[in-house]
Design a protein around this ligand. Structure first.
Ligand code: SF4
Length: 650
């Protein structure tokens, strides 16, 4: 066929039958030297992998470890030999004649520390699993004795750990400068060095902008035009007009509570439709404001709105789990253990100077991965407002706890309450001498920006009296696509009064692609919102689909957020550990990896914020497997090579 023209080749090729599997390049798994360079299937549920080949790669990644495991007669002698090996490996890093790059040495030290922790008997006891035992049995070819099925995700964790231990992480493999040795600019001085360095910085800078283009915000002309059409279509559907649109009460009256209007206004997948129907049928909280609906693309094929949809359209497994736990939801899904940190109704307290008050237990719409989905009964639930007796008692409680000076009013969404109700709470709290800050936690700028009326601003700003009392708004944008001219105007109204607006983002599968959250930070700053926290998602069964491994949040911080100017990355990655409160994920001394389970999930030991103050016990947290996360990214069209260093974040 070599001399044929393209059309001749086409004719000569046998026609595919519809059942034939197309031989696409990404359906194969290439076994390459570098474990990160797989060309893998982009289809869920699983990468196409050759299990035995992966086992072979595991041993090839560190033949010394393989020898130790193979030649040990039992688990304990394997453990002893492994400790000896790791000690030698560590001493090698500090030897004078070790010519590994100093950054690679840092990876070696980290990998050794992690491996030592994983083979520690106390960690095996606490996690009820021994990764070392599984590795030993695999090396001994005693697979039939393995109690658990060892996943490819587990094997990949150890391939990378074994490589890390010997200084072959290949983190810098694709860096052209590293291939050449020391970067050229370091061999020069002064202006010459600076000019030489420009090439590297320009390359990095342009790659950031290339990624940013993938995530348009709602402030871009094209998106504004689409949304104008969306708005007209929604108004036509409700037989309403522009005045109605600008009236937040109209939106509250017309919150979408079932799949019918959705189906008429946007395309839904069959799974989305069924999940909504099932949620409604089983009285699982569901609701979308007409405004938020206007942020969704009419056609599924546009796809920029994935985070917007995912925020409010529940996945099937979420609905199933919520139905399954209907009777015990308040216990099963109280992941934060709020029952144990609530000294009196409506109040939660985990810190000495801060407390939370929750006067209103519902919202304008329902976020699928809401931390309080166990207590929010339905959208705009009439009984959600605390009665005046309960509220008075909660407000009076602060008089007995005078160390609390920073109070967060949250819920639900407190800005859905009536103006006079908001005023009453603010007035009471502001009258307490110890209170120096009142934070209002509200998603209204994102889901219902017309709620930020001039009257509301007037009420709130009355209490903003620096330096005695500060009012701050803490909101929750998840994605650049949620940032619109309306949201910007809502934020501007607070800023005009000198009220700071901060963002708490939850890091999920919907905003965790390369530079997706970096773009969110950039766009937030452009409308006057300061990024405040990036939360690791709670490990709750019903929302597992959204979860991102902790390694990714750390990778994002190091390889993406760090590339932004400091004023754009004012947030901190945190994990709100059940019962313990916030753990700063970048503080390496406050958590450690203690085990890798058969499915590839890592177990971390998280230390309390009280560490070195009070002896509160730590919390063992089982993360989602990195491999599963990469699979999900691949199924969304991501090139997982872009994430290749993820394995080395602990
Ligand atoms: S706005 Fe906040 S409280 Fe309300 S459903 Fe969403 S996450 Fe939960």
């Amino acid at each position: 066929m070599a001399n044929m023209t393209d059309s001749e080749k086409k004719k000569a090729s046998p026609k595919k039958t519809p059942t034939e599997t197309p031989k696409l390049k990404w359906l194969s798994t290439k076994l390459l030297d570098d474990v990160f360079t797989d060309e893998v299937s982009l289809f869920k549920p699983h990468f196409t992998v050759d299990y035995d080949a992966y086992i072979q790669r595991l041993w090839d990644s560190n033949p010394d470890i393989y020898e130790i495991l193979k030649s040990s007669n039992n688990l304990e002698s394997a453990r002893d030999a492994m400790y000896t090996y790791l000690e030698k490996a560590e001493r090698k890093v500090f030897a004078l004649d070790n010519d590994l790059h100093i950054l690679e040495k840092s990876t070696v030290r980290q990998s050794i520390r992690v491996f030592r922790s994983i083979i520690g008997p106390i960690n095996e006891f606490r996690t009820e699993f021994s990764a070392l035992d599984s590795l030993w049995k695999l090396a001994q070819n005693k697979r039939e004795e393995l109690k658990n099925k060892i996943s490819v995700g587990f094997i990949l964790e150890f391939i990378n750990l074994f490589r890390g231990v010997t200084g072959k992480s290949n983190i810098y493999l694709e860096n052209a400068q590293v291939k050449k040795g020391i970067p050229d600019f370091l061999k020069l001085k002064g202006r010459d060095a600076a000019i030489e360095r420009m090439e590297i910085l320009d390359d990095l800078g342009s790659s950031v902008h290339k990624y940013f283009k993938k995530y348009p915000s709602g402030l871009e002309d094209e998106v504004i035009a689409w949304r104008k059409e969306n708005k007209s279509r929604i108004l036509r559907y409700f037989k309403a007009d522009e005045n109605n649109w600008n009236d937040y009460q109209w939106h509250l009256r017309n919150v979408i509570r079932n799949a019918k209007p959705l189906l008429e206004l946007i395309e839904l997948t069959a799974e989305q439709k069924d999940a909504v129907d099932n949620a409604v049928k089983n009285k699982i909280a569901f609701g979308i404001t007409p405004y938020y609906l206007s942020l969704m693309d009419r056609k599924l094929s546009i796809g920029y709105d994935h985070a917007v949809r995912a925020q409010v359209i529940p996945p099937k497994e979420y609905v199933d789990k919520m139905i399954e736990h209907k009777g015990d939801r308040s216990v099963t899904f109280d992941f934060m253990g709020e029952h144990d940190t609530s000294p009196i109704e409506l109040i939660t307290r985990r810190y000495p100077l801060i407390s939370i008050i929750k006067p209103f237990n519902t919202c304008a719409q329902i976020c699928v991965y809401c931390q309080r989905n166990w207590e929010i009964e339905s959208v705009l639930e009439p009984k959600a407002l605390a009665g005046s007796k309960r509220l008075d008692e909660a407000l009076a409680w602060f008089d007995e706890h005078k160390s609390i000076g920073d109070i967060l009013i949250t819920g639900g969404d407190p800005l859905i309450m009536k103006d006079y109700q908001i005023e009453r709470i603010l007035d009471t709290l502001a009258s307490k001498k110890q209170v120096y800050r009142i934070r209002i936690g509200s998603r209204t700028p994102v889901v219902l920006p017309m709620r930020i009326t001039d009257n509301l601003i007037q009420i709130i700003s009355k209490y903003h009296r620096p330096p005695k009392l500060e009012i701050a708004l803490v909101t929750h944008f998840e994605h650049p696509y949620e940032i619109t001219p309306d949201a910007m105007n809502a934020v501007r109204k607070f800023k005009k009064e000198g009220i700071g607006v901060y963002n708490q983002q939850v890091y999920t599968i919907e905003n965790s692609r390369r530079f997706e959250t970096a773009k969110l930070r950039r766009d937030l700053k452009s409308i006057g919102v300061d990024p405040y926290y990036t939360f690791n998602m709670k490990g709750k069964e019903e929302t597992k689909r959204y979860m991102v491994p902790i390694a990714r949040i750390l990778q994002e911080r190091k390889e993406e957020a760090r590339l932004l100017p400091g004023l754009d990355r004012t947030d901190e990655p945190v994990f709100n550990v059940p019962k313990l409160g916030k753990n700063q994920l970048q503080a390496g001394q406050d958590h450690r990896l203690v085990m890798v389970l058969p499915d590839g999930s890592r177990v971390y030991e998280f230390h309390p914020w009280e560490k070195n103050i009070s002896p509160i016990p730590p919390y063992n947290y089982v993360d989602v497997p990195i491999y599963d996360y990469l699979e999900e990214l691949a199924s969304r069209g991501e090139n997982i090579r872009d994430y290749r260093t993820i394995w080395f974040y602990y």
